[in-house]
Design a protein around this ligand. Structure first.
Ligand SMILES: Cc1ncc(COP(=O)(O)O)c(C=O)c1O
Ligand SMILES: N[C@@H](CCCC[NH3+])C(=O)O
Length: 440
């Protein structure tokens, strides 16, 4: 759950990437998202090594929804990672960063005509199709552009991964993709193969997020393989690509026991080889890890604003951030671990880490054992690299924190802290509705 470069010195001062947390807090303010370069790089290399062990070698497309900025896209591109985007905004971020567009898969259960056009104009590697309506729309746009759109069809394989219900996606009644239960997936294949503007490259199935068991990943690949075997037998169609999505679990607290990615990928490889007919080449396996690359690379630094003990004995620590920068506890009852900078690691009291937002549910950590905490202390919450900044909001008109990268004793700003001026930048002043000239 800690960044790989996490250290505590003899005075219990925490540093990440060789930079003391206190120094970062003083230089950039709090709350502050800190990302460790070394951790991200190690995770990327671990995925790449495991994928290179596969025959044919697999490919990784980092899921931008976990955390994406222009600098992040540039960093991924420089290290040969592909990118999974789910909106025009994520796509535009990749374009702005000069990302290799062939190394992009474009996802999402809703893609507007403008988004599809933008993706095709920039030659994205693959568009992952979610519905028959979308397939027809892509066909129409590709026909207008006189091109063949490279697509994967997203299937829902009926695999229920054991994770929070809100982050399961593989079950038959999911809003995503073509269910493999009622034949709609076969209809989609027929439409795709009949179109002269669709190039059906393969299939995708993502079963959920924060998954700890190895088996669902392997079963997902097997379910896809059985389907393409049937396509081969019935239509002599064999795909180039099978994309098994992301979802590799990470450690947020000591209770979490993440799976071994090399073992999952070796088992997937074995299943794919075994289920490939002799006349065919095994498809290239794509994966889309998001959380597993950034979650543990990130920490959030907060400053303690107040402490109080309420009737019943509960000890609150109120910090200067909360659900605006980390919605996951409120949304999924997600659990996190925290430490206090400059204080002993052994706790003496049970605390509730409360956020600053006007919601009783804005609790970052329900129960955390910490040393005595005082106003002004810096509290570090671990494992916040994924789906924190990405899901942040301006609730209560609180500006979003800065994001800073740390490496080898240095820091580099990746996203500036929002200002009050930024908050009002898109607002227009009040105008009297009586003056209709101001209205459309
Ligand atoms: C299609 C798809 N791919 C990849 C991911 C990334 O998941 P994770 O961050 O759990 O690896 C998601 C999110 O769950 C997804 O919906
Ligand atoms: N946002 C979720 C995961 C959803 C994944 C998107 N398919 C989380 O924080 O855990």
């Amino acid at each position: 759950m800690f960044p790989d470069t996490y250290q505590r010195d003899e005075h219990n001062r925490i540093s990440i990437g060789g930079v003391p947390i206190r120094q970062l807090a003083e230089a950039y303010g709090t709350p502050l998202y800190v990302l460790d370069y070394a951790t991200m790089l190690h995770r990327i290399h671990a995925f790449q090594e495991a994928l290179n062990e596969m025959t044919p070698p697999g490919r990784a497309f980092y899921a931008g929804k976990a955390f994406l900025t222009t600098a992040m896209a540039g960093f991924l591109n420089a290290h040969g990672m592909g990118l999974d985007v789910v909106s025009g905004g994520e796509l535009y971020t990749a374009i702005a960063a000069g990302f290799d567009m062939q190394n992009i898969v474009f996802h999402g259960n809703v893609k507007t005509a403008e988004e599809i056009q933008l993706a095709l104009e920039h030659n994205v590697g693959y568009v992952v199709v979610d519905s028959l309506d979308e397939l027809h729309l892509i066909d129409e746009i590709a026909a207008r552009m006189s091109i063949k759109a490279p697509v994967l069809l997203r299937l829902t394989p009926g695999i229920e991964a054991h994770t929070h219900a809100f982050i399961q996606t593989g079950q038959f009644d999911s809003k995503f993709g073509f269910s493999m239960k009622d034949g709609i997936h076969e209809e989609a294949v027929s439409v795709a193969l009949a179109s002269s503007h669709i190039d059906l490259k393969g299939f995708h199935a993502h079963i959920g997020s924060q998954i700890f068991d190895e088996d669902p990943f392997v079963h997902n690949a097997m379910r896809l393989m059985e389907f393409i075997q049937s396509l081969w037998e019935q239509r002599r169609f064999w795909p180039e690509v099978l994309d098994i999505g992301g979802g590799f679990g990470v450690q947020y607290t000591h209770k979490d026991d993440p799976p071994e990615v090399p073992s999952i990928l070796a088992r997937v490889n074995q299943a794919v080889q075994a289920l490939t007919p002799r006349e065919c080449e095994p498809p290239v396996i794509f994966i889309e890890p998001g959380r597993a690359i950034v979650a543990e690379a990130g920490v959030t630094v907060y400053q303690v604003n107040a402490t109080k003990t309420v009737p019943g004995g509960k000890n609150y620590i109120a910090v200067d951030g909360g659900m605006g920068d980390n919605i996951r506890p409120a949304l999924y009852q997600a659990e996190y671990m925290a430490q206090v900078d400059g204080k002993p690691i052994d706790g003496v009291a049970l605390y509730t880490l409360a956020g600053r937002y006007c919601e009783s549910g804005d609790i970052l950590i329900r129960d955390v054992v910490l040393p005595p905490v005082e106003v002004g202390d810096y509290v570090v919450v671990f494992g916040t690299g994924a789906y924190n900044y990405a899901m942040s909001s301006n609730y209560n008109r609180v500006p979003k924190p800065a994001v800073v990268l740390v490496a080898d004793g240095h820091s580099q700003l990746w996203v500036k802290r929002e200002t009050y001026q930024d908050l009002v930048a898109q607002d227009l002043p009040w105008r009297d509705p009586a003056d209709l000239r101001d209205f459309l």
